[in-house]
Write a protein that binds this ligand. Sequence first.
Ligand code: PXP
Length: 245
Amino acid sequence: MSVRLHVNVDHVATVRNARGTRYPDPLFAAHVCEAAGADGITAHLREDRRHITDDDIVRLRASVTSHLNLECAATEEMLEIAARVVPDTITLVPERRQERTTEGGLDVAGQRTMVGRFVEAAGRIGARVSLFIAPDEETVRLSKDLGAKQIELHTGEYCHACEPGKTAQRDRELERLARAADLASTIGLEVAAGHGLTRHNVGPVVAIGAIAEVNIGHSIIADAIFLGLAKAVEEMRAAIDRRRG
Ligand code: PXP
């Protein structure tokens, strides 16, 4: 079965916010991505609003017709926004203000109370909760216990190891991803993956049969500078389908 491609449009907003203009608009980007074959749109509402804003999320909810995945931290503020916007999926991610991007998996054990509240609220409004976690078997089990419907495996360590001379490390990271994905699938969790994926390193990840979805942002927006956004999405789709068409 093919792997769903959700395109993260955060960095369209990064470019817009660099100049305080109204363009480029992540909403327009979302339409282009959907028309080019994306199965869903992802946007991360950060605590410091460095890219996506509250208004972007409201507008995306009103116009995304495929699947809207809202990434956010497990906080009271985000719970209130998620309950108002009602995305299709709420992906809980760790967040530290100083980090350049989301640098690790969610501390599910440490945040179990808020995670539980998100799962409960999501159930009431008809959204599902996905937890962005490191490929760690104990965290996979805990995610299931807390009622998450999906986990998204953090592929950052694998992507860092996709450099010359790091083949053994890359293979170990792939093995960790495969083991966590298989366990999750066995206990009834849907499995997504993301972070740092490019057209060049996505193949071995989507070759893991339990992975049903990937969330990819930075490399697609970077490719769009040279290829145009529609073509960048199509090229990513093709790279995925070469391994799991
Ligand atoms: N998935 C999650 C949960 C993320 O937080 C991010 C980064 O915002 C991504 C996927 C996309 O990562 P990238 O921009 O490196 O493709």
